[in-house]
Design a binder for this molecule. Structure first.
Ligand code: COA
Length: 450
């Protein structure tokens, strides 16, 4: 793997924007909806949902994360060749969100400053940003004028009020700086993919909230992740990047696993499925058998219902087993820390997981990160990256403090914001981009408020 040289391409830095408003799930919300708070905090894993204010939308959040990234990395507009935006909160059926973002950034950097930078929107539910990153990395590898690329994820996760999706909402944006010789992570350029036509989650043209078949979406996520993981594993072995000896498995060569995080419990389900699947071929298998007994085998059951019940029971015990919990704590748990405080940010949530890892735990040069992205519809992409020598020199983002400084809102204000009925901002914009108005043609006008 080329590292610390110009052939390596990957993530040099990243920036996160989260709205300043939040709604706690335990309290007014859980009481009003008649839901045990334990279910929301433990069963789902979300404590607070980020809520966009009246002046915010996916474009303002994208512009905020990009502005912060440009300031952190001292980027000039002329040095940026492409901005790819992953979103499923499109503001327009035709116009690319990135053009609104460039319009906002030019209020700071000057009119025409991004003229040579191209921008396109990637839509593939929650996996759009990851496909954008994959594509952009190939462009960066071939780029010869020293320009960098930016990938922005920006979404408002919105489900109907009082639906079972409501407590898995959230909002935010992540901007990734993609360049040669990156300081943080070099992509190994091994992508395992899985795609299948599914109706687990979709938003027909004209709808403001998604149609979701929740339980089915969990299963699609797990099937797709397993398929993409197998595809990744086979490619990594063929390429010689991962070389397991007898008794070793793929996850032995992975230091941190980052999954798409629609809600933190989903990360536990995904980890349990992937570790269980991967360990079957390894020495871990006999140790697990000692702890849990043999896993059910469909061929030994005449009654399908009985097999399914035995399988569900085994899966529950596996998720509580000493072996699994050790691996989960060591390689996965910290990636979901911020999602507990923010909720789902759709296509950026896996990179919010990366931010969580970077802000809460030390990563070390040479470690391998493995990402498992999922998008409803459905697709999964599993890929890997190696932590670079300079990773420790990239300043932290102070996200823990920023999350603590947010403003709590009432259930009533949350519902008004959700329904687009809040006429004034709850917190007046200050040093930020804001939606000023939508004109009679539907064009959106933004400003930077000092
Ligand atoms: N205390 C602690 N845990 C509790 C509880 C309580 N009082 N009551 C329920 N739970 C647990 C359940 O046992 C379950 O955990 P388990 O799977 O370990 O058994 C967990 O809370 C979730 O409960 P469940 O009733 O299955 O969830 P739900 O019907 O509310 O649906 C989603 C959850 C995610 C399917 C739903 O919120 C949704 O559709 N979200 C949007 C789509 C989405 O995010 N899909 C994910 C894949 S992309």
């Amino acid at each position: 793997m080329p590292a610390g040289n110009d052939r390596a391409v990957g993530i040099d830095d990243l920036s996160v924007y989260v709205p300043r408003l939040f709604l706690p799930l335990a309290g007014e919300f859980s009481t009003n909806r008649g839901i045990d708070p334990g279910k929301l905090i433990k069963g789902i894993g979300i404590e607070r949902m980020a809520v966009p204010d009246a002046h915010e939308d996916a474009a303002t959040m994208a512009a905020m994360s990009l502005l912060d990234l440009m300031r952190r990395a001292r980027l000039r507009p002329e040095g940026i060749g492409k901005i790819y935006v992953g979103t499923e909160s499109a503001l327009d059926e035709a116009k690319a969100m990135g053009t609104y973002v460039i319009g906002m950034l030019e209020k700071i950097y000057g009119k025409g400053s991004f003229q040579e930078c191209s921008t396109v929107e990637f839509k593939a539910a929650c996996i759009g940003t990851t496909f954008a990153l994959e594509s952009l990395s190939y462009w960066v590898a071939l780029e010869e004028e020293g320009k960098v690329g930016i990938v922005i994820a920006s979404d408002v996760a919105r489900y109907p009020l009082r639906s079972s999706g409501e407590y898995t909402q959230g909002a935010g944006s992540v901007a990734l700086l993609v360049k040669k010789n990156p300081r943080l992570l070099a992509l190994e350029q091994i992508y395992g993919s899985f795609t299948r036509d599914e109706n687990d989650f979709f938003r027909p043209v004209g709808c403001t909230t998604a149609i979701v078949n929740g339980k089915h979406s969990n299963q699609c996520y797990l099937d797709a992740m397993q398929g993409a993981f197998d595809s990744f594993a086979a490619k990594a072995v063929r390429k010689g990047a991962i070389t397991p000896d007898a008794g070793e498995c793929i996850t032995d060569f992975i230091d941190h696993l980052l999954f798409h995080i629609p809600y933190p419990r989903m990360v536990e389900y995904a980890s349990a499925a992937i570790f269980r699947h991967d360990w079957r071929q390894s020495r871990n298998c006999s140790e697990i058998e000692q702890e849990l007994g043999r896993e059910p085998n469909a061929r030994e059951y005449e009654d399908l219902g009985k097999y399914q019940a035995a399988e569900a029971d085994y899966a529950r015990r596996f998720a509580k087993s000493k072996h699994f919990l050790q691996a989960f704590v060591a390689k996965v748990r910290n990636t979901a820390t911020f999602s507990r405080q923010i909720g789902n940010i759709y296509t950026g949530s896996i990179y919010l997981g990366l931010a969580s890892l970077l802000e809460t735990e030390k990563i070390h040069a040479g470690e391998r990160l493995c990402f498992g992205a999922y998008g409803s519809g459905c697709s999964a992409l599993v890929f890997s990256a190696i932590v670079q020598q300079q990773a420790g020199s990239v300043p932290l983002r102070g996200l823990v403090k920023r999350l603590q400084e947010r403003r709590q809102i009432s259930l009533q204000d949350y519902e008004k914001l959700h329904e687009g009925k809040m006429e004034k901002s709850v917190v007046m914009p200050c040093k930020e981009f804001a939606l000023a108005r939508i004109d009679h043609q539907g064009y959106r006008h933004y400003e930077y408020v000092e």
